[in-house]
Ligand binder design. Structure first.
Ligand code: ATP
Ligand code: MG
Length: 308
């Protein structure tokens, strides 16, 4: 079983031009990195448990219904308000989001099951519930107390806080994988290029680093030290939001199979992850496009055919 720990929320999305009182559309959509990863992993055929704060309210009931439909188990010990955010999308492309005080997740601590899992993802580091360095370390230590369990952390840019990498030193040393996007990697490492940023993460003891570079693909610095890049698949991008979560789901799906990770297997896993992300950008919505492993598999076959 794979555990996705972190955030799930309901976005209320208002698509409107200017300040007119009648919007083009007002919709509700589930989101949050842990939720997005969990949905993609379940569709790739994995057994998944989401560990996230889901309250006993209407938004929480919506999330439970969606998780049931996707066959995802939920583990939530939480008495607070389910997170709801307001996202205004201007028809000219501008976006503004508004969150509430509930998003600080004060007092919420993700709790792990007794056993039965092989891979855990923190989605995402530097945002609640993985903002406080002591909470992060406590979680990472609990994960790594299960021998052989792999721990991956995605990241987000800070919001109203200024997290410093050095304060997360002990947590970073327990990570098997970190998967920031370029802006996040450069921000937290105070560097100017993905290669340098990856080296900084490695110097903190993270075993493997993948820096996601949107339409430029990704840069990988594995434990073996043999860095490589994988270009993005040439697809028409309709909406890049959630690409990183689909990427992580594809990566985890391949890495969690339990075989020994050679450089070749790693490259195959990253290619599959990139294919999942490429599928995900072809439709609006973080989890709208990627429905099964057949889509990234088809993209890979097409790519290998074209390259060959
Ligand atoms: N336009 C695109 N075309 C093809 N693949 C893309 C495109 N944009 C992103 N990808 C793929 O998705 C991966 C992750 O993208 P990105 O760097 O945007 O992550 P991210 O910013 O963490 O995304 P998010 O946080 O919104 O989920 C990239 O490494 C690439 O493989
Ligand atoms: Mg991301």
């Amino acid at each position: 079983m794979i555990i996705c720990a972190g955030t799930v929320l309901i976005d209320c999305i208002i698509t409107a031009s200017g300040t007119e009182s009648v919007a083009d559309a007002i919709t509700l959509a589930p989101g949050g990195e842990a939720f997005n990863e969990a949905v993609s992993l379940a569709r790739l055929g994995e057994r998944v448990r989401l560990i996230a704060p889901v309250g006993h309210d209407a938004a929480g009931d919506m999330i439970r219904t969606m998780l049931n439909r996707e066959g995802i188990e939920l583990q939530s010990v939480y008495d607070g308000t389910t997170l709801v955010s307001l996202l205004t999308v201007d028809t000219d492309g501008g976006r503004r989001s508004r969150v509430s005080k509930a998003h600080s997740l004060a007092g919420y601590h993700p709790n792990l099951p007794g056993d039965g899992f092989s891979f855990v993802t923190m989605a995402s580091l530097f945002r609640p519930p993985f903002l406080d360095p002591a909470d992060c370390l406590d979680f990472a230590r609990r994960v790594k107390s299960f021998p052989g369990t792999m721990l991956l952390a995605d990241t987000k840019l800070p919001k109203g806080t200024d997290p410093q990498l050095a304060d997360y030193r002990k947590t970073l040393a327990l990570l098997d994988w970190i998967t920031p996007n370029e802006a996040e990697a450069l921000h937290y490492t105070q560097t100017g290029a993905p290669e340098e940023a990856a080296r900084v993460f490695r110097s903190y003891g993270v075993r493997n680093v993948i820096i996601k570079l949107a339409e430029r693909g990704c840069y990988v610095l594995p434990e073996s030290g043999k860095a490589f890049t994988v270009p993005a698949f040439p697809v028409e991008c309709v909406d890049g939001i959630g690409a990183g979560d689909a990427f992580n789901a594809g990566l985890i799906h391949k890495l969690s199979s339990g075989t020994v990770l050679t450089d070749e297997k790693l490259r195959e896993a990253v290619l599959f992850a990139s294919a999942c992300a490429a599928v995900s950008v072809t439709k609006r919505g973080a989890t709208a496009a990627l429905l099964s492993a057949a889509q990234p598999d088809a993209l890979l076959r097409q790519f290998i055919h074209t390259a060959g």
